[in-house]
Design a protein around this ligand. Structure first.
Ligand code: SAM
Length: 176
């Protein structure tokens, strides 16, 4: 299992970022996303997209994401520009994921030091400041070695047909 945890959320200001953490987690192969319990709007948006474009993918609200990190029964990978380069830890992340649940943690505003301490791996996608969404995308792609790009979806009520130009959306043939 791969779960993604967003540590904090400022309603209004972070709505798009938190939503995009969820959509990116879903699109790039994670099984579920956990948001702080004040992120009700982003949770509804991600659930709505899963309902339309398919799953399986779960969205959960949690009163204490920090406690989830502390009590996670597997490996915790915290994304931070201060961590070790993803290219140096990706093999360890893959090995851990093969054995036990992996929690990928991304911050928002200031990340408490205890998260750095509880993480099994503090992982940097370059040591430059950028975005939790970009960092998450790179880490998931490295973890799955690109296989997530060919993922199949179930229970979609619409499917995009890839086209060089234009847009085509159809109902799935399996009647789902
Ligand atoms: N200023 C905050 C702090 O120091 O705690 C972090 C703010 S940053 C905009 C939000 C999140 O983006 C971080 O918590 C981290 O998860 C992610 N992030 C930003 N740059 C990153 C990098 N180079 N590698 C990995 N994750 C990164």
């Amino acid at each position: 299992e791969v779960a993604v945890c967003r540590l904090s959320h400022r309603p209004g200001r972070d709505d798009r970022m938190t939503t995009h953490v969820g959509l990116t987690a879903r699109a790039l192969g994670a099984d579920r996303v956990v948001f702080p319990d004040n992120a009700t709007g982003p949770a509804e948006t991600v659930e709505d997209i899963t309902g339309r474009f398919g799953g399986p993918f779960d969205v959960e609200l949690n009163a204490s994401p920090k406690r989830l990190v502390r009590e996670w029964p597997g490996t915790v990978a915290h994304l931070t520009m201060y961590g070790l380069p993803v290219q140096d830890v990706e093999a360890d992340l893959r090995a851990a994921h093969a054995e036990e649940p992996l929690l990928v943690v991304v911050g928002g505003e200031k990340v408490p030091f205890e998260v750095y301490e509880h993480a099994d791996h503090n992982v940097a996608v370059t040591n430059q400041p950028h975005s939790e969404i970009a960092g998450l995308a790179v880490v998931l792609d490295r973890l799955f070695e690109g296989r997530e790009l060919d993922r199949e979806w179930t229970d979609a009520d619409r499917v995009v047909v890839p086209k060089a130009t234009g847009k085509e959306v159809v109902e799935p043939d399996d009647g789902e």
